[in-house]
Design a protein around this ligand. Sequence first.
Ligand code: PLP
Length: 278
Amino acid sequence: SIGYVNGRFVDLNEPVIPIDERGHQFGDGVYEVIRVYNKKPFMLREHLERLQTSAEAIKLKLDQTLEQYEQLIKEAIEKSALTDCDVYLQITRGVAVRNHLFPDVSVSTTMTVRPAKQLPHHLRENGVSAIFHDDERWANCYIKSLNLLPNILAKQTAHEKGSYEAILVRDEYVTEGSSSNVFIVKNGTIYTTPLSKHILSGITRMAVKSIIETEGLTLVEEKFTKEDVLESDEVFITSTTSEILPIVTVDGQKIGTGKPGEIATTLYQKFQEKIANE
Ligand code: PLP
């Protein structure tokens, strides 16, 4: 594992964040989590483009080009000596005496590279459970912002109820998971929430969308309700760290047969092939 702070690589235990760091005080920044398979960062360009979108949305001026971030991330992976790892990249509005107004200072860039979080095998084999939870977040969830309090609270509630994920519901419709995108399958058709300011444009969602197209399956990007979820044949979530993961119960109610479905299983296999071929 290795850390990086503003131009230097550090040990992860080194105390490197100044008290007046705005990420720390305000959550005034954006981030990305990138999965590295066999030393190759998966869909790196897409992650960096989303970082740029997030930064622009909060009027944060990145001090490096996407090519420079790409180089930096590759250097960090090399230095970590890890093969399969998670890269966490965070950019904040910098260090300045606490004041809500934007300071005239350089942004802070920090990064960690750690061994990839491996999902226990039985969870992938058997699927996981989820709960419904009110989407209590703000109006701009398409920004991958450091402010994750509602996500954390929803995930913790799910965990305390013995579930893996919280499926968030805003105005009667499912938006996404606390840290994932949600898909359902009904009569062979796959549905997922359309992109809007209310959800994050997941990179895994993007990958799954392209797999669905090449496989000749049907994806409908349309809003769906809790009832639609409970009446569906399959539910699965997507994210960088969970990849494609079947949800087999929601609020204690069985989805379909209560076992991982055929479509989620196929998509997961194709996703593994996509990783190998990248
Ligand atoms: N939605 C939210 C709120 C997330 O935090 C995440 C990732 O952590 C996702 C969706 C999935 O995005 P990605 O596939 O890019 O990891």
